[in-house]
Design a protein around this ligand. Structure first.
Ligand code: FES
Length: 112
């Protein structure tokens, strides 16, 4: 029997529901919302890196290539490897943050 939890993306203020038997990434994807960036969905690319500020979660093994021991200890994890055990509040970090927070900004407009 799975439970539902509310996941808050602090960067955007969005809240979505996520089942206890799906990953934070899958729950967000199901809604088809912009939010956590989606890559390999299997812990192999590192784009879904998030910082969990509050809440309990269950995590699967994550590649040290993307999550260091220190980061993991600081609740920095890959959303595709984490399932919620309670309501969760998180922020998206790293290079993909701009994708989450971007509105109409265009990326890559170089200024000489
Ligand atoms: S989507 Fe590739 S590591 Fe999470």
């Amino acid at each position: 029997m799975s439970a539902y939890f509310n996941i808050t993306i602090e960067d955007t203020g969005e809240v979505y529901r996520c089942r206890s038997d799906e990953t934070l990434l899958a729950g967000m994807e199901r809604l088809g919302k912009r939010g956590i960036p989606v890559g390999c969905r299997g812990g192999g690319c590192g784009v879904c890196k998030i910082h969990v500020h509050a809440g309990e979660y269950h995590k699967r093994v994550m590649s040290r290539e993307y999550i260091s021991v220190e980061e993991e200890a600081a609740s920095i994890v890959l959303a595709c490897r984490v399932r919620p055990l309670s309501d969760i509040s998180l922020s998206v970090i790293g290079k993909m943050k701009k994708n989450v927070c971007a509105t109409t900004d265009r990326v890559g407009q170089g200024m000489a």
